[in-house]
Design a protein around this ligand. Sequence first.
Ligand SMILES: Nc1ncnc2c1ncn2[C@@H]1O[C@H](COP(=O)(O)OP(=O)(O)OP(=O)(O)O)[C@@H](O)[C@H]1O
Ligand SMILES: Nc1nc2c(ncn2[C@@H]2O[C@H](COP(=O)(O)O)[C@@H](O)[C@H]2O)c(=O)[nH]1
Length: 204
Amino acid sequence: MSDRGLLLVLSGPSGVGKGTVCKALRESMPDLVYSVSATTRSPRAGEVEGVNYFFTSKEDFRRMIEQDELLEWAEYVGNYYGTPRKFVEETLDSGRDVILEIEVQGALQVKKKFPQGIFLFLAPPDLAELENRIVGRGTESEETIRHRMEMARTEIELMDQYDYVVVNDQIECACSRIQSIITAEHLKKERQIHKFRKWLKEVE
Ligand SMILES: Nc1ncnc2c1ncn2[C@@H]1O[C@H](COP(=O)(O)OP(=O)(O)OP(=O)(O)O)[C@@H](O)[C@H]1O
Ligand SMILES: Nc1nc2c(ncn2[C@@H]2O[C@H](COP(=O)(O)O)[C@@H](O)[C@H]2O)c(=O)[nH]1
C-alpha cells in the first residue's frame, strides 16, 4: 500500500467534451497533473507542441512503441495516439494525481495494466447532441465526422467497463460530478492506507 497519486482516466467518444471538461477540472483542481499525449495527427489551429500534444512522425511513434515508451497507444481514425509512460509513472510516484484524456481502446489497455486506476466515461446526453458538438467545433472534415460518429456507437457500448459514467450535459455539472468522484476516491484510499498501517502494527 503506497502513497502514490491516483491515476484518473477520462475517456469517451470524440466531441463529447473531454478536453473542455478536463480544462475546467484542472482550473478548479490545480494540483491535478495532465498527461500530454503523443500523436501523429497534424496540429489544429491554436494547438501548441508539448501543451496539447507532442506532435510526432509515424516513424518516431513506431520507435516509441518498440522501445516500450508508451503506457498505451491506439490507432484512431487514421492517426496514432499514445501516453508517454515515464511521465505518468514519475508523477504518480511523486504522490500527485495524473489525468489521462484518451479514447476507449487506450483506456481499456490502461485498465488491464493498471486496474487500480479510476476509469471515467464521459457520455453525451444523446447521439444527436454529440454530432452537434463535433460539427460545431468546426475542426473535422465531413468524412472524419462520419468516421468518429461510427466509432462513438461502438465506444458507447463499452461504457459499462468503466468505474463511473458521467453525463456531460453542462460543463460545470460534469466537472463537479468528477470532482466529487475524485474526493471520494481519495477518502477511500486514505481509509485503505490507514487500515493497512494498523494491520502492519498488529503483525509487528
Ligand atoms: N456540456 C457541453 N455543452 C455544450 N457544448 C459542449 C459541452 N462540452 C463541450 N462542448 C463543446 O463540444 C465541442 C467538443 O468538445 P471537446 O473538444 O472538449 O471534445 P472532446 O471529447 O475532447 O473531443 P475529441 O475527443 O475529438 O478531442 C467543443 O466545441 C466544446 O465547446
Ligand atoms: N488511446 C489514446 N487516445 C488518445 C490519446 N490522446 C488523445 N486521445 C484521444 O484520441 C481521440 C482523437 O483526438 P483528437 O485530438 O484528434 O480529437 C480523442 O478521443 C482523444 O481523447 C492517447 O494518448 N491515447
